[in-house]
Design a protein around this ligand. Structure first.
Ligand SMILES: *Cc1c(COP(=O)(O)O)cnc(C)c1O
Length: 387
């Protein structure tokens, strides 16, 4: 299916709402029935009916059709946050005594889900360095039910060979799931490489304007229905129709925004690598990146998040550099119009800073939609003021 068709037309029945170009926000909690028979059918299978907006809602259904098609999947669910789109399917697929193999250092709340939340229910997780596929194989147990991936990682950019991991998992009847927030389906299509479930934080690139928190999950109709029928309905982590409408609006410009972020990031990095104060730059499409070949094999483009280190990585220097930035804002999240910075040291106590720990030295930058020269000037100004 054409991306332009998916984004601009799929799922939109304009004839039923005055030929309006923008879809209506069906801000209704419930839906009426004319006969007991119709009502009974809807209650019997809420997955297929507009009954109550914790389950289905027409505005959300437009969005779900587009998201499934973009991922090349049969169906999609949308959630009130990215972490709900990760937590709910994991709760649906696993039971007490099951085992998960997760890639090392996924998104922070995913780590907490595996280490703290699931541990309470007797579900164990082994974390492995996912840059080598055999590490997943070594960690296999008879009770392994899920292999969880995040490629690229959003701080270290480590990749997993998605096709190889999918083949391994299928041999052992294990479900695979990935957090694809970094690439979006425009730059990476894990389902085509054999991954079963694809999650995204729609708060990032899909929303794209830093004004909505949302999550996406796509997969086979059978898996999506299984998740919908129980854990999705029970956790109630559904998205409001207004937020769904913002995501549909975000999708309209996603290809433009992603391409701009990708190209500007290349320019910013090319400049940064020439600066004497800068040590290493991590970005999957950088020629020096250790997994650059795999990146170009399974991704068609690269997101605007990258990390770098300073040659002088003492705490005061990292802090000065971040404090002196004027236009690149200091904040969590990414994927919006605005460029952002977050140093790893913001997430640890000052006394815990270990200058020998590469992960502690990292400064993560998100390149948004501003002119790249504007961002380069901000970086230049801050480097000059800080050193
Ligand atoms: C932000 C983020 C999430 C969590 O999404 P929320 O919408 O904040 O719940 C998950 N994974 C990655 C990679 C993220 O950046």
């Amino acid at each position: 299916m054409d991306i332009s068709y998916i984004i601009n037309e799929l799922g939109e029945e304009r004839g039923s709402y005055f030929n309006a170009v923008a879809p209506p926000i069906i801000q209704s909690s419930n839906f009426t029935f004319n006969t007991v028979d119709d009502f009974r059918n809807a209650l019997g299978d809420e997955f297929e009916a507009n009954l109550y907006s914790r389950g289905n809602n027409p505005t959300l259904n437009i969005l779900r059709q587009k998201l499934a098609a973009l991922d090349g999947a049969e169906d999609a669910l949308v959630f009130s946050s990215g972490i709900a789109a990760i937590t709910v399917p994991v709760l649906a697929l696993l039971k007490q005594g099951d085992h998960i193999i997760s890639v090392d250092n996924p998104y922070s709340w995913t780590v907490k889900l595996f280490k703290n939340f699931l541990a309470k229910f007797g579900i164990e997780t082994t974390f492995v360095d996912g840059t080598k596929t055999e590490n997943f194989e070594f960690a296999l147990r008879p009770n392994t039910r899920l292999i969880y991936l995040e490629s690229p990682n959003t701080f270290s950019y480590d990749l997993q060979d998605l096709q190889a991991v999918a083949v391994l998992a299928k041999q052992h009847g294990i479900i695979t799931m990935i957090d694809n927030s970094y690439c979006t389906p425009l730059f990476q299509q894990p389902a085509k490489l054999g991954i079963d479930l694809v999650a995204q934080s729609a708060t990032k690139y899909i929303g794209g304007h830093s004004d909505v928190v949302a999550g996406i999950l796509t997969g086979s109709k059978a898996l999506i229905k299984k998740i919908f029928d129980h854990e999705f309905m029970n956790t109630g982590a559904s998205l409001s129709p207004h937020s769904a409408w913002l995501l549909i609006r975000g999708l309209r410009t996603l290809p433009l925004r992603l391409q701009r972020s990708f190209e500007s990031t290349g320019k910013v990095i090319a400049w940064l690598k020439q600066q004497p104060q800068v040590d290493k730059v991590l970005w999957p499409f950088d020629g020096d990146f250790k997994q650059a070949d795999l990146a170009r094999q399974q991704m068609t483009g690269c997101g605007g998040l990258f990390s770098f280190t300073l040659k002088d990585s003492t705490l005061p220097k990292i802090e000065a550099f971040c404090n002196n930035l004027k236009h690149i804002l200091m904040a969590v999240s990414w994927g919006g119009h605005e460029s952002l910075v977050i140093p790893a040291i913001a997430g640890i106590a000052k006394t815990d800073y270990d200058i020998g720990n590469f992960r502690h030295q990292l400064i993560r930058v998100y390149v948004g939609l501003e002119e790249p020269e504007y961002l380069i000037n901000d970086l230049k100004r801050s480097l000059n003021l800080s050193f």
